[in-house]
Design a protein around this ligand. Structure first.
Ligand code: SAH
Ligand code: SF4
Ligand code: F3S
Length: 469
């Protein structure tokens, strides 16, 4: 008998990847995706702890889900409620205390034990199970080889955790120490995905370019070398990776951008601030000048490289002149898109103990000034694409009938009118207009195989994804 699974995903792409793997793990137990949480036998909230708002959302969502659970019980059906991800890791038992309707709590490094936990809950009626270990064995050794799904672009986790300890950030505590998967395991997973029709891979890691996996030659491979190896896979057309740290951009990675056309000319390289004083207080371990030099080298290797970044405004002690330095950096570098956030003090992090907190209204004003500047740059970049012919991988249906949406090499969403058989295909598009967050244009080439193919069966994705963290 099939059972309904509903996964709601918050936070970063690593969580999106983890949610998909949870679905893979549960499929052999008879769980299939359902579109509405009311119809589910198991609901998983895969959570994010990065800012206060993100983690508080989870508790309000749990309140809403409690009613569904009560309704299910009234209908004689047991609905399991699980909290996974970084809030689970950070709060553990506290979640069950605050929300006793929760049956399972497990962290990002223990979700491979999900089938066992679900069995304990369903067969033995256990409740309030909490598993937030950092096991010695990597979860990757226990995940099923098969991925479900039929998408053309897929995520592949190659690295996890973080040893950087930026003073504002919870990730080193929620995801644990840095760990890199061996090259052979990454290549095998990539080959499986490509065999299934994936033509764009995004390699994931909290600190993806700190990757240092064991190579087949027994040596340690960096990300540059791994990317070159993956680029050899026939049928794989595009490679991306996220998120990088400026300190870990090495010569090998820069050279890979120069030599390997499958590596897309887009890089998300968070800088957080343009002020050396603040960068130091953040423990970023680099200066603004260091960031300029890294970007110069990357652009020398790949002149059309588009850059994206993350910024925090209102970090404790940030003065007007520090914020001005951030605006200067943005103006000098030029970003094609970026995420910017108001500093949010997180329990247990060193920055939350600093007494010199910036008043919220000052932080809000700085955020809106920064976002205006970043938006202007994004719009200018998008407008610069008008009149160009860009390869676009068509990935999903558009808002209106007959539309498909894909991504340009530079990550912008591109909307086209196209038959659904072009879904999953890489096509050339003449870009005709630019909007704030997307481009639109006309498909000029057909994918090589012109014979009509049946519509992909596909599963209905029940996973809801919030904006990138
Ligand atoms: N590993 C990545 C991203 C980590 S989290 C990196 O090193 O850059 C994603 C982004 O959230 C960060 O880049 C940062 O801009 C933001 N962020 C993290 N902690 C935050 C906090 N306490 N308050 C506000 N923004 C935060
Ligand atoms: Fe957090 Fe990124 Fe800093 Fe690691 S490098 S502590 S993940 S912001
Ligand atoms: Fe959020 Fe955890 Fe990712 S805190 S940003 S889901 S690593």
């Amino acid at each position: 008998m099939t059972k309904g699974l509903y996964i709601k995903t918050y936070g970063c792409q690593m969580n999106v990847y983890d949610s998909a793997r949870m679905a893979d793990l549960l499929a052999p137990l008879g769980y299939g995706d359902v579109v509405r949480p009311e119809a589910a036998d198991l609901i998983i909230l895969n959570t994010c702890h990065i800012r206060e708002k993100a983690s508080e959302k989870v508790f309000s969502e749990l309140g809403r889900l409690r009613h569904f659970k009560e309704q299910a019980a009234a209908d004689g059906r047991r609905m399991l409620l699980a909290v996974a991800g970084c809030v689970a890791q950070a709060e553990g038992e506290e979640i069950v205390r605050r929300a006793p309707q929760v049956d399972l709590v497990f962290g990002p490094q223990t979700y491979h034990r999900l089938p066992e936990m679900v069995a304990r809950a369903t067969e033995h009626g256990e409740r309030g199970l909490v598993d937030t270990d950092f096991p010695v064995d990597s979860k990757f050794d226990f995940l099923p080889e098969e991925h479900l799904g039929d998408e053309a672009a897929a995520f592949l986790s190659i690295q996890e955790g973080c040893d950087k300890f930026c003073t504002f950030c919870v990730v080193p505590y929620t995801r644990g120490a840095e760990f890199s998967r061996p090259v052979a395991a990454v290549v095998a997973e990539a080959e499986k995905l490509v065999a299934r029709g994936v033509c764009e891979l995004t390699l994931l890691g909290q600190n993806v370019n700190a990757y240092h996996g064991e190579g087949p030659d027994g040596r340690t491979w960096g990300l540059g070398r791994l990317l070159r190896r993956l680029a050899e896979i026939e049928g794989l057309e595009r490679l991306r990776y996220t998120t990088s740290h400026p300190r870990d951009v090495d010569a090998e990675l820069i050279a890979a951008h120069r030599d390997e056309p499958k590596i897309m000319p887009f890089l998300h390289l968070p800088v957080q601030s343009g002020s050396d004083r603040i960068l130091e207080a953040m423990n970023r371990k680099h200066t603004a000048d260091f960031y300029y030099r890294v970007v110069d080298q990357l652009r020398e290797a790949r002149p059309d490289l588009a850059l994206s970044s993350d910024f925090i405004v209102g970090f404790p002690g940030e003065r007007d002149e520090d914020f001005a330095a951030t605006l200067r950096l943005v103006t000098d570098i030029g970003f094609t898109q970026a995420y910017s956030f108001k500093y949010s003090p997180r329990p247990g992090t060193p920055a939350s103990e600093i007494s010199d907190q910036v008043p919220p209204e000052v932080a809000s004003e700085r955020l809106s000034i920064l976002q205006n500047l970043l938006n202007e740059q994004q719009i200018a970049f998008n407008q610069g694409c008008v009149g160009r012919r860009l390869p676009v991988l068509l990935e999903r249906p558009g808002k209106y009938e007959g539309q498909l949406i894909g991504r340009s090499p530079y990550m912008a969403s591109v909307v086209v009118e196209a038959p659904s058989r072009l879904m999953g295909k890489l096509v050339d598009v003449d870009i005709q207009s630019a909007h704030a967050n997307s481009l639109s244009g006309t498909v000029v080439t057909r994918a090589p195989e012109e014979s009509p193919s049946p519509e992909p069966a596909g599963r209905t994705p029940a996973t809801e994804t919030r904006a990138t963290a």
